[in-house]
Design a binder for this molecule. Structure first.
Ligand SMILES: *Cc1c(COP(=O)(O)O)cnc(C)c1O
Length: 435
């Protein structure tokens, strides 16, 4: 079968996500036959460098031999068993290992499937905790301007991206937003730390008035990814932790995108030295293989549900909660982190790619060039180009880019090597020339 045959069949049968399907008349989806490392191959032998890790999930390349082998082994033992009333080896091992890696004291793992399900779990759990504590009036949630926490109705309520949210506004719970510490919001000459402090003061002022009704404040630590890779100073997280403690409000860290080494530390919260009350993980957790999400929480939260009365328990579930294959992929991925010293290796890779991208700094088409860990981003100067145009020019140069508005970003798999980084940097440069 050729690319064009798969294209015709997909347009006839598959409704693609996050897509105005009519735009596929001009920008058709790319049929992928197989993957290897950072490369995706179509049915006619063309390859594309996956510069965005397939929506930020892939860590160790496509068709990674070690993850494949672990999954083959798991397939011969157990593919899945319901996690209510049962348990299994991969889910126990994964929970123990995550607890050892996360900020101390997050020893209870509750599983879901996609990232949005982790957001839903954290929100419901926070509300239910307060209810069990005799404070049923804590029914609202707070999030940051320009935040993203997923597309299901609860998650969308705490999301602040107009394009995804406005249409569904009549269906959503009210949730307030406080100013974002995004360094791009700075006045000329204002430091990232000063922007963070200014945003923290706004949070403080909001909670001083509304804390009795607020169950939790949810944040994406260090990088608001879907909001255009907005990066901010860790000072904000330290202040948010202290303010939430003072006002009896839970702090939910949504590390669905930034967890698992993406910002340079294993978890982004480490850079602020804080422990959230809930830590939401998904995306990279399985190395980009299978859907899996987890919400990690503390002894006090767990204890508030532990009771003779059934309804005081957390009765939430998804059919595939704690799927054995997904947990096994996650374990194989954690093995790679340990065995290959991935965080150290990534620092060297990041230095290399940053040096290759340095010429962008002075380019008049480029604004706010920034970098953290294995994320690079910049905005196209005013009157830039449509994201689809950038995508198209990227494909022409065998690089898979998917800009967010005027933000072009790179979030490559960690297995990228120096010649591949050269290819990526050259491709990006070529795209800029072509716009
Ligand atoms: C992607 C993302 C989600 C939603 O995860 P899905 O798996 O797409 O449901 C939630 N929060 C953040 C920060 C994300 O980047």
């Amino acid at each position: 079968m050729s690319n064009s045959e798969w294209l015709q069949r997909t347009l006839g049968a598959v409704w693609h996500p996050c897509t105005q399907m009519k735009q596929h008349e001009q920008w058709p989806p790319v049929p992928i036959s197989h993957g290897a490392g950072v490369w995706l191959y179509d049915f006619e032998g063309h390859r594309y460098l996956d510069a965005i890790s397939s929506w930020w999930v892939n860590l160790f390349g496509h068709c990674n031999a070690r993850i494949n082998e672990a999954l083959r082994d798991q397939l011969e033992r157990l593919e899945h068993v319901m996690l209510a009333g049962f348990t299994h080896e991969p889910v126990v091992r994964l929970s123990e290992r995550l607890a050892a890696l996360a900020p101390r004291g997050l020893g209870h793992c509750f599983y879901g499937s996609d990232g949005a399900s982790a957001t839903e779990i954290a929100l419901k759990m926070s509300f239910h905790f307060w209810r069990n504590q005799g404070r049923p009036g804590k029914t609202s949630f707070l999030s940051l301007a320009n935040s993203y926490h997923g597309e299901t109705l609860g998650a969308l309520s705490v999301t602040d991206v107009a394009l995804f949210k406005d249409t569904y506004a009549p269906l959503l719970r009210e949730a307030a937003q406080v100013p974002s510490p995004d360094a791009r919001n700075g006045a000329p000459g204002e430091s990232a730390r000063a922007v963070a402090e200014r945003a923290a003061q706004a949070l403080e002022a909001y909670l001083a008035v509304h804390h009795q009704r607020v169950a939790a404040f949810i944040v994406e630590p260090l990088v608001q990814c879907a909001g255009g890779m907005g990066m901010y100073d860790a000072h904000y997280l330290r202040r948010a932790r202290e303010i939430c403690d003072r006002f009896d409000v839970h702090l939910i860290a949504d590390e669905i995108a930034v967890g698992f080494g993406r910002t340079g530390t294993f978890f982004a919260c480490e850079q602020a030295g804080i422990r959230p009350d809930f830590l939401c993980l998904s995306k990279g957790i399985t190395g980009g293989y299978l859907p899996l999400a987890v919400v990690m929480t503390t002894d006090p939260v767990f204890a508030a549900f532990y009771h003779d009365e059934t309804s005081r328990g957390f009765l939430h579930s998804h059919s595939y909660t704690g799927n054995a294959l997904a947990c096994r992929a996650a374990l194989a991925s954690l093995d790679i982190f340990e065995q290959d010293g991935v965080l150290d290796a990534n620092r060297q890779k990041a230095d290399y790619l940053s040096a290759r991208l340095a010429p962008l700094e002075g380019d008049p088409r480029v604004r706010n060039l920034r970098h953290l860990g294995m994320i690079w981003a910049f905005e196209l100067a005013d009157g830039g180009a449509s994201p689809l145009r950038v995508h198209e020019e990227g494909l022409r140069r065998h690089v898979l880019l998917r800009p967010i508005g005027q933000t072009i970003y790179l979030m490559p798999p960690y297995v990228i090597c120096e010649p591949e980084m050269d290819f990526l940097a050259d491709g990006l440069w070529g795209v800029l020339q072509a716009l």
